[in-house]
Design a protein around this ligand. Structure first.
Ligand code: GDP
Ligand code: MN
Length: 400
């Protein structure tokens, strides 16, 4: 599960990570009021208006604007709210912006990156840090891997001070910033473990200019992104309550309600499969035969006829779908349940597009009987003997 930047900042602040003060708004008028409150009386008069969407790269896409006046805040807010925000993570259609975060602007001496993730190879959380902040960490990893340091974190003890110091020195921090960094990174690690996060990034973590009170400057998290492990949400009610359904793909949300594992993709072959491994293999076979899957869909082993019918509805309501491939290996799943769902979906929604079905396993005879009996009501229906045959048939059918 993903949350917005403003929620991530609030969460990190509650764990003692320093973040700028900010106000969430939904209109240009409210953005002006927020600007006045945060920056109107400040020495620099600088604030930042930031689109709140579940996608990164907002800065480059025009979704983060540094403003120096109330008029500037109004203009930035109305521009960002007026059209979908396109970043390298949103696809060309972009995403609608409904909320803005207005924050007090800060002067930046240098930008760093710090983040927590799970190191799957090591089987433990890992702190990742870099002196190359503000840019995508994936690009740093590719172009300048030596600029990234990693430190494993034991979830039971948290990040130890000596580890924090090692990381702080290796990204080039010195003076009073080292102890600030040790505290900040320790708190970030604590937040990560306590909330069952899968990723918690501060990019950039900035150093502000020196002041009398802080001659070495101060560390401040001016952007935060946190993703959580969906499988832990049952014990994280506060985190679960932060979900923003308007940011979720509608079909994916519907599928989740029926316990279907569904992910929308760019191709045109709708795939209905049981088991994640078989679903992956089916997508591979579709691609091998020159077509592209429109979705990943694992209906699971114990899916009810109702859930499977909903799965067909979701696939058939997608205009991009030009053909449907059903590949079921009935172990726990029963082929006749799938067949019954196909028949119901044909009645309710209708298959306007070619349908190729490959069924094997539990109750397959009964399933074949059911489908044979309903053939006339599903004119685009073909059976396949195996998966290769199915992939070939659906590719030919959509080309016809
Ligand atoms: P992202 O592009 O979605 O990662 O959004 P960020 O919140 O990271 O903002 C992008 C960039 O805008 C940062 O890397 C900074 O360079 C700049 N920026 C954001 N907030 C401020 C600020 O308060 N002051 C200044 N000077 N720059 C900022
Ligand atoms: Mn950022």
């Amino acid at each position: 599960m993903k949350i917005h930047e403003y929620q991530a900042c609030e969460l990190l602040a509650s764990y003692g990570v320093p973040v700028p003060s900010g106000i969430v708004v939904e209109s240009a008028d409210a953005a002006v009021a927020a600007y006045e409150q945060l920056a109107g009386d400040s020495a620099t008069k600088v604030a930042v208006v930031k689109a709140q969407v579940h996608a990164g790269g907002r800065g480059k896409g025009g979704g983060v604007r540094v403003v120096r006046s109330a008029d500037g805040a109004r203009q930035a807010a109305s521009e960002i709210l007026s059209k979908p925000l396109v970043t390298h993570q949103t696809g060309p259609q972009g995403v609608a912006v409904k909320k803005l975060l207005v924050v007090a602007g800060v002067d930046i001496v240098k930008e760093y990156y710090v983040g927590m993730a799970i190191d799957r190879a090591a089987g433990c959380p890992v702190l990742i840090a870099s002196s190359e902040g503000g840019v995508e960490i994936e690009a740093v990893a590719r172009d300048n891997p030596d600029a990234i340091v990693r430190e494993p974190v034991d979830p039971t003890t948290g990040l130890q001070a000596f580890q924090g110091r090692k990381v702080a020195y290796s990204i080039g921090l010195s003076g009073k910033l080292v102890s600030q960094a040790v505290k900040l990174m320790g708190n970030l690690a604590r937040a990560f473990v306590a909330t069952d996060a899968s990723l918690a990034e501060i990019n950039p973590l900035v150093v502000t200019p020196p002041t009398e009170a802080h001659p070495d400057g101060q560390l401040l998290a001016i952007d935060a992104k946190i993703n959580f492990d969906d499988n832990a949400l049952f014990r994280q009610p506060k985190i679960a309550a932060m979900a923003d359904p308007s940011e979720q793909d509608e079909a994916e949300a519907r599928a989740a309600e029926h316990d279907l594992n569904y992910i929308n993709l760019d191709g045109n072959i709708g795939c209905l499969v049981n088991g994640a491994g078989l679903a992956m293999a089916t997508m591979d076979l579709v691609k091998l035969h020159g077509a592209e899957p429109a979705n990943f869909l694992d209906v699971g082993g114990s899916a009810s006829e109702q859930a499977v019918t909903e799965a067909f509805r979701i696939i058939l309501e997608d205009d991009a779908v030009k053909g449907v491939l059903v590949n079921i290996f009935g172990g726990i799943a029963k082929c006749d349940t799938i067949a019954a769902a196909i028949i119901t979906a044909a009645k309710d929604v209708g298959f306007q597009v070619p349908l190729v079905v490959r069924l094997e396993g539990t109750n397959v005879e009964k399933a074949r009987e059911l489908l044979d009996g309903a053939k006339d009501s599903i004119p685009t229906f073909q059976t396949a003997t195996d998966l290769t045959d199915a992939a070939r048939k659906i590719t030919v059918a959509i080309a016809a």
